[in-house]
Design a protein around this ligand. Structure first.
Ligand SMILES: N[C@@H](CCC(=O)O)C(=O)O
Length: 410
């Protein structure tokens, strides 16, 4: 095939090649765009219809962690890795850290039919787990074509549907996709934040024991929860912190009343610019009080906004477990976990901010620190889950600095 033709984005379900109309009538799964594009496949997981922003994720493993990451609320994840399900699902690989945070990804798309588990940690097949979790899946899809379309045209809002009897109404699904809200302007963090503050004591996962309890005497870190991933909390505990998680709506006065040694502004779904003044006021109050503050992903974006900077919507976003990020201060490159569709506009950062990290994929901002206050933040996910653990040091450095400050103050 000539090179030019090969490079054209083609959206078509490979499993239904050649007999379009007949297969369309019997297909049990579909992904439908507002412009009427229909990708038929085989329904799996939960039945029904959901709408959301379609993104692609390049991780080869950790699919349960991805789909339970609350930052994926309102999104449908197309996995570029073809085979899903070998590891199955288990209760430990859960990234929602509270009941509301279980409203994470609404849909999943894969190339191959979901395979039965072949892993000693599996407690359930991935297909059963998807159904129990209410996640609609469509398999047998040409995920490369979908990914190419996202790369060319950005992340679309789609309807994803699974009906065991077929009979999917593509026109109605296209209407639903057209009527669904855009991700830009979407305020999604409130719905996945816990309602009550609470302590978190679970340490990191270690083979072969699994999770342990943390120590009780470290510096106190208050985490502002906009849908915080469990492994952020576990890595803070593993770094030696006592962790208290507070709803994202907590006021600065209430955070300061907890007498934190440090504050973490969490990851979370939706558009940071729409997340709300309530959050920015709290973040500003904490920073102005001089409390050391670390931001992660949405938290990074929210800290930037609180300091007067701007965020922008990215065309295709970063979603994967293999992204190179360069630390501009040390020259070191870390391979990191990524999940974001918005980015901080570096040109709008305040004068006292130094850009510390950049993406080596597209040069976008991946971190900054303030020169006159103990504030630093990163766009990537140093907690991994899934992904390489190159950036665990972010937690170790943060908590060690808090311990040093506490010792100096006493
Ligand atoms: N929702 C934000 C942040 C994601 C996160 O915190 O993981 C984005 O897509 O850019």
């Amino acid at each position: 095939m000539p090179e030019a033709a090969e490079n054209q984005p083609r959206v078509r379900s490979q499993s239904h090649e050649g007999d379009g109309a007949a297969r369309a009538a019997h297909a049990t799964g579909a992904i439908v765009f507002a412009d009427g594009t229909v990708v038929y496949g085989d329904g799996a997981g939960a039945t029904g219809v959901a709408t959301g922003e379609l993104c692609f994720n390049t991780a080869m493993t950790g699919h349960q962690e991805i789909l339970t990451d609350p930052s994926y609320a309102g999104q449908v994840v197309c996995f570029t890795f073809p085979h899903i399900g070998n590891v199955g699902a288990n209760a430990e690989d859960e990234e929602a850290s509270s009941e509301p945070a279980r409203r994470a990804a609404v849909g999943m798309v894969s190339r191959a039919t979901i395979t039965p588990p072949a892993n000693w940690r599996a407690e359930q097949s991935f297909a059963e787990w998807l159904a129990a979790r209410g996640i609609i899946a469509v398999t047998g899809v040409d995920t490369r074509a979908l990914t190419r379309r996202i790369r060319e045209k950005g992340m679309p809002i789609v309807a994803i549907a699974h009906s065991r009897d077929g009979g999917l109404d593509a026109d109605r699904l296209a209407e639903l996709a057209g009527a669904a809200p855009a991700m830009e302007g979407a305020e999604l963090a409130r719905a996945v934040s816990r309602a009550e503050a609470g302590d978190w004591a679970v340490d990191g996962w270690n083979w072969p024991e699994g999770y342990a309890e943390g120590r009780a005497d470290g510096p106190l870190v208050v985490v502002l929860d906009y849908g915080v991933k469990a492994n952020i909390l576990r890595r803070l505990v593993a770094a030696g912190a006592r962790v208290r998680v507070a709803p994202g709506s907590t006021s600065a006065a209430d955070v300061l009343a907890m007498k934190p040694d440090g504050v973490v502004v969490s990851n979370g779904p939706g558009d940071p610019a729409a997340t709300g003044e309530y959050a920015l006021e709290t973040i500003r109050g904490v920073i102005e009080a001089g409390v050391p503050t670390l931001g992660i992903c949405l938290g990074h974006q929210m800290i930037a906004l609180a300091l007067g900077a701007k965020t922008v919507k990215m065309a295709q976003g970063h979603h994967g477990a293999n992204h190179p990020v360069k630390n501009r201060e040390t020259g070191q490159v870390e391979i990191v976990s990524m999940n974001h569709g918005f980015a901080v506009d570096r040109d709008t950062l305040p004068a006292d901010a130094v850009e510390t990290h950049v993406s080596l994929f597209d040069g976008s901002n991946c971190g900054f620190r303030l020169t006159d206050r103990p504030v630093f933040s990163v766009q990537h996910h140093p907690e991994a889950s899934p992904g390489p653990q190159d950036s665990f040091g972010v937690f170790d450095r943060f908590v060690a600095d808090l311990a040093k400050r506490r010792a100096a103050a006493n």
